[in-house]
Design a protein around this ligand. Sequence first.
Ligand SMILES: [Zn+2]
Ligand SMILES: [Zn+2]
Length: 97
Amino acid sequence: MLRRGDLDGYDPSGEPGGDLDRDADLEAPDGGGSRIRCPRCGWLPRAESLWSCTCLHAWNTFDTGGRCPAGGRQWLETACLRCHRWSKHRDWYVDEE
Ligand SMILES: [Zn+2]
Ligand SMILES: [Zn+2]
Protein backbone atom coordinates (compact mmCIF):
# COMPACT_ATOMS: atom_id res chain seq x y z
CA MET A 1 0.00 0.00 0.00
CA LEU A 2 0.99 3.54 -0.50
CA ARG A 3 2.09 5.57 2.44
CA ARG A 4 1.49 9.21 2.96
CA GLY A 5 4.62 9.98 4.88
CA ASP A 6 5.20 13.11 2.87
CA LEU A 7 2.01 14.72 4.05
CA ASP A 8 2.09 17.10 6.97
CA GLY A 9 0.39 15.90 10.07
CA TYR A 10 0.14 12.29 9.03
CA ASP A 11 1.47 10.05 11.74
CA PRO A 12 1.32 6.37 10.80
CA SER A 13 2.00 5.33 14.37
CA GLY A 14 -1.09 7.17 15.47
CA GLU A 15 -3.44 4.84 13.63
CA PRO A 16 -4.97 2.55 16.23
CA GLY A 17 -6.19 -0.28 14.03
CA GLY A 18 -3.86 -0.02 11.08
CA ASP A 19 -6.87 0.23 8.80
CA LEU A 20 -5.68 2.47 6.02
CA ASP A 21 -8.60 4.43 4.72
CA ARG A 22 -7.00 7.00 2.51
CA ASP A 23 -9.91 9.38 2.79
CA ALA A 24 -10.31 9.21 6.53
CA ASP A 25 -8.11 12.03 7.71
CA LEU A 26 -7.85 14.29 4.70
CA GLU A 27 -10.49 16.77 3.67
CA ALA A 28 -10.58 18.78 0.48
CA PRO A 29 -9.28 22.23 1.40
CA ASP A 30 -12.09 24.02 -0.39
CA GLY A 31 -14.80 21.81 1.05
CA GLY A 32 -16.69 22.15 -2.19
CA GLY A 33 -17.77 18.55 -2.44
CA SER A 34 -15.03 17.46 -4.77
CA ARG A 35 -11.43 16.61 -4.27
CA ILE A 36 -8.40 16.12 -6.43
CA ARG A 37 -6.28 13.03 -6.41
CA CYS A 38 -4.22 10.98 -8.81
CA PRO A 39 -6.56 8.50 -10.54
CA ARG A 40 -3.76 5.97 -10.63
CA CYS A 41 -2.05 6.08 -7.23
CA GLY A 42 -4.37 8.25 -5.15
CA TRP A 43 -1.80 10.95 -4.49
CA LEU A 44 -3.30 14.20 -3.26
CA PRO A 45 -1.74 17.33 -4.78
CA ARG A 46 -0.98 20.14 -2.41
CA ALA A 47 -1.45 23.84 -2.94
CA GLU A 48 2.30 24.23 -3.33
CA SER A 49 2.65 21.38 -5.80
CA LEU A 50 4.02 22.63 -9.09
CA TRP A 51 3.84 21.34 -12.63
CA SER A 52 6.14 22.46 -15.41
CA CYS A 53 4.91 23.47 -18.83
CA THR A 54 6.82 23.04 -22.06
CA CYS A 55 7.43 26.80 -21.86
CA LEU A 56 9.23 26.13 -18.55
CA HIS A 57 6.66 27.98 -16.50
CA ALA A 58 5.88 26.22 -13.22
CA TRP A 59 2.48 26.52 -11.54
CA ASN A 60 -0.21 24.54 -9.80
CA THR A 61 -2.15 23.11 -12.71
CA PHE A 62 -5.29 22.64 -10.62
CA ASP A 63 -5.47 26.36 -9.98
CA THR A 64 -6.15 26.91 -13.64
CA GLY A 65 -7.89 23.74 -14.77
CA GLY A 66 -4.81 22.53 -16.58
CA ARG A 67 -4.09 25.73 -18.46
CA CYS A 68 -0.62 27.21 -18.39
CA PRO A 69 -0.99 30.81 -17.18
CA ALA A 70 2.19 31.87 -18.96
CA GLY A 71 1.84 30.43 -22.44
CA GLY A 72 -1.86 29.61 -22.43
CA ARG A 73 -1.38 25.98 -23.32
CA GLN A 74 -4.35 23.83 -22.29
CA TRP A 75 -3.17 20.55 -20.81
CA LEU A 76 -5.79 17.84 -21.29
CA GLU A 77 -3.71 15.37 -19.34
CA THR A 78 -1.86 15.87 -16.09
CA ALA A 79 1.15 13.93 -14.89
CA CYS A 80 1.26 12.72 -11.31
CA LEU A 81 4.17 14.11 -9.34
CA ARG A 82 4.40 10.90 -7.38
CA CYS A 83 3.84 8.01 -9.83
CA HIS A 84 4.71 10.09 -12.93
CA ARG A 85 1.90 8.62 -14.96
CA TRP A 86 -0.47 10.72 -17.06
CA SER A 87 -4.19 10.89 -16.58
CA LYS A 88 -6.91 13.03 -18.11
CA HIS A 89 -7.10 16.26 -16.16
CA ARG A 90 -10.77 15.84 -15.38
CA ASP A 91 -10.17 12.34 -14.07
CA TRP A 92 -8.29 13.90 -11.17
CA TYR A 93 -11.48 15.49 -9.85
CA VAL A 94 -13.52 13.20 -7.68
CA ASP A 95 -17.09 14.05 -6.89
CA GLU A 96 -18.23 13.01 -3.47
CA GLU A 97 -21.56 11.29 -3.26
ZN1 LIG B 1 3.33 27.19 -20.74
ZN1 LIG C 1 -0.03 9.05 -9.17
